[in-house]
Ligand binder design. Sequence first.
Ligand code: SF4
Length: 291
Amino acid sequence: MFCTQCPRNCGVDRENGLGYCLSNDVPRISRAALHFWEEPCISGTAGSGAVFFSGCNLRCVYCQNHEISSGGAGIQMSDDDIMRAFDRLIEQGAHNINLVTPTHFSDSVVRILEKYKSPVPIVYNCGGYESVDSIKRLEGLVDIYLPDFKYADNKLAAAYSKAPDYFERASEAVLEMSRQVGKLVLDENGIAKSGLIVRHLVLPGAVSNTKKVLRWIKDYLPQGTIVSLMSQYTPCVSDLESPLDRRISKYEYEIAVNEMMNLGFENGYIQGRRSAQKDFVPDFNALEGLL
Ligand code: SF4
């Protein structure tokens, strides 16, 4: 089958070759473990059952998970193996099953979720560069969408992620996600049950991009949509050129937070500066005991 699972539309036969995402058609999983560094309503007190897919359809030059985005880390797992990993995470108390960077395996995800009846919410935690057709196929299977909205400025998208149509594709995809699951709903303990949270990572030297993303969310998504404005950018890749070779400044993040307030967002998540540390990048070697 020729792959059109994401907007790259590589058209490669993934049984016999690799597309831009550097992945064949069998999911490769680099980490499946309780994860405590998502938004509080996702991680809660017991942790989110995070399953990290290797490879990526964006492969941003500054990727903080570059060990997995290049596709090499982890092991290939069958549908049954993945469902067993879900079971183990739920036995360990996970508040949800959190599919991290699943876009390039969306066909596999649909097939698995049509079989797996999860007692906890399913989170689709993706980079935002999504095919609307793939997102439509997830309707009724995903409870919580947690997309990045990285760029409104397609020059940045082209330079950093080789995705010159990122803004158009992410806009369409996030609107479809919002249509499917609506606004965030929490249980009595403050844990997410369903809905949409849009993430945006503030990049160094790119506050105007952040402002445009926030403006788009305000103008096009329903009032009350939750935004998670992240300050955690850390240069994790060697040889990054300026301005990506530094963390964001306190001043840049303040401008971003002020913009959020000026636009009238009433609820959302902001991060402390301590989040911009390599300690928050997980170890991608945590599959033991889950198979
Ligand atoms: S999922 Fe991978 S192979 Fe398929 S279109 Fe996207 S980048 Fe290309």
